[in-house]
Design a protein around this ligand. Structure first.
Ligand code: FES
Length: 98
């Protein structure tokens, strides 16, 4: 499970954090990956001057706008899902090598 935490403090709220969450949610629904990504809100991340702030797991991301934030989110989620797949152990088929 990937955890995405969006700051909903007053500065990020004014810059569009609520819209960002809605757009993140739309993307997850569109891609049918709601069960792989948890969306949460948080208090101020103490980076108010850097944009709309959010985290993907422990990585902090500052988006200058909602549009750019959505693009960053899509790219990072796709990458994180790809990384998770490649880390997953392969299933054994039970066949032995001759
Ligand atoms: S309100 Fe979001 S970082 Fe401060």
């Amino acid at each position: 499970m990937i955890t995405v935490t969006v700051c909903v403090g007053s500065s990020c709220h004014i810059k569009g954090a609520r819209d960002l969450i809605a757009r993140f949610n739309d993307f997850l629904t569109q891609e049918a990956i709601e069960d792989k990504v948890e969306l949460k809100g948080s208090f101020c991340m103490e980076r108010c001057g850097e944009g709309i702030n959010w985290k993907i797991d422990d990585e902090v991301v500052s988006s200058p706008s909602v549009e750019k934030g959505v693009k960053m989110f899509q790219r990072k989620i796709r990458q994180a899902l790809k990384n998770q797949k490649s880390k997953r152990p392969r299933k054994r088929t039970g066949k032995k090598k001759a």
